[in-house]
Design a protein around this ligand. Structure first.
Ligand SMILES: O=C(O)[C@@H](O)C(=O)CO
Ligand SMILES: [Mg+2]
Length: 266
């Protein structure tokens, strides 16, 4: 059966961050993901994971100055040392949290970027990803890149699934995979079933949300039951992150997830 993970940056925000772990476990989640752990001591998070029998399945590398609008460092020319430092910090947390996957956000292109600027970002991206994927491989972890739609993140460097596949091939390190977020894919290009098949060998993690509002995946233009069945049929046994903003309360909105063993208090 498909294994759902609770994204604690979006779900259970009725609670303080460290209290979201117990809330997720209480309704049956066995795995959690979120954007960043860095505002907390790794031991404090580990204690919540262990106390509630949860696995940490994914988090992101430090993204640069998030509050100032930065959305990752991986493709930013001139920020290579900062990127390498961010890999080290993330790997330290990953070890403490026993987390097998790390997502390196690509970062933004400047508004007036021409081809030459794009090529510089591309070159930095490849070098940085190669460095990070090798570091992750040595630590027994997988590095992920995620295409993100340009409506939610204008200027994001990595937007299409094909671009992600090409980059994974160009980097050429086995520990680099794609974080296949069906919400972003639908907004950027659609053709989800086909993309899932084309992407399958490179998929390292999956995320879902209703389109277009990024609410529960039970309404909108995407047929998730069918897509998840297809994913399972392809052989996927990894996690599917529930990365959506509940319409009216996290638990109240989990009806759709009962088909996957989540919901109601356990
Ligand atoms: O889809 C998303 O927004 C996330 O998976 C992420 O890592 C960056 O915000
Ligand atoms: Mg995502």
């Amino acid at each position: 059966m498909i294994k759902l993970a609770a994204n604690l940056s979006m779900l259970f925000t009725e609670h303080e961050f460290l209290d979201r772990f117990s809330a997720a476990a209480e309704v049956g989640f066995k795995g959690v993901e979120y954007l960043f752990p860095y505002a907390f001591e790794a031991q404090d998070i580990r204690q919540r994971l262990d106390a509630h029998g949860l696995k940490q399945v994914l988090f992101n590398l430090p993204p640069g100055d998030w509050d100032a609008g930065e959305r990752g460092l991986a493709s930013l020319p001139g920020r290579e040392q900062e990127f390498r430092d961010s890999v080290e910090v993330a790997l330290r947390y990953a070890e403490a949290l026993d987390c097998p996957r790390l997502h390196a956000m690509a970062g933004l292109l400047p508004e007036d970027a021409d081809d030459a600027v794009y090529r510089r970002h591309h070159a930095s991206y490849i070098d940085n990803l190669r460095y990070a994927a090798e570091a992750c491989a040595s630590a027994g972890r997988t590095l992920l890149i995620e295409p993100i739609n340009g409506r939610d993140m204008p200027g994001f460097f990595l937007q299409t699934q094909q671009q992600a596949r090409d980059i994974v091939r160009e980097v050429g390190v086995d520990s680099l995979k794609v974080q296949f977020d069906l919400y972003h894919c639908q907004i950027v290009q659609g053709d989800l079933m086909h993309e899932m098949e084309a992407q399958y060998p490179q998929i390292g993690h999956v995320q879902i949300a209703g389109v277009p509002e990024r609410h529960e995946p039970d309404r909108g233009e995407v047929n998730y039951p069918q897509l998840l069945e297809h994913l399972e049929g392809l052989g996927y046994r990894g996690w599917v992150g529930c990365e959506y903003r509940p319409r009216a309360g996290t638990v109240a909105g989990l009806g759709w997830a009962s088909a996957y063993g989540i919901g109601g208090r356990t």
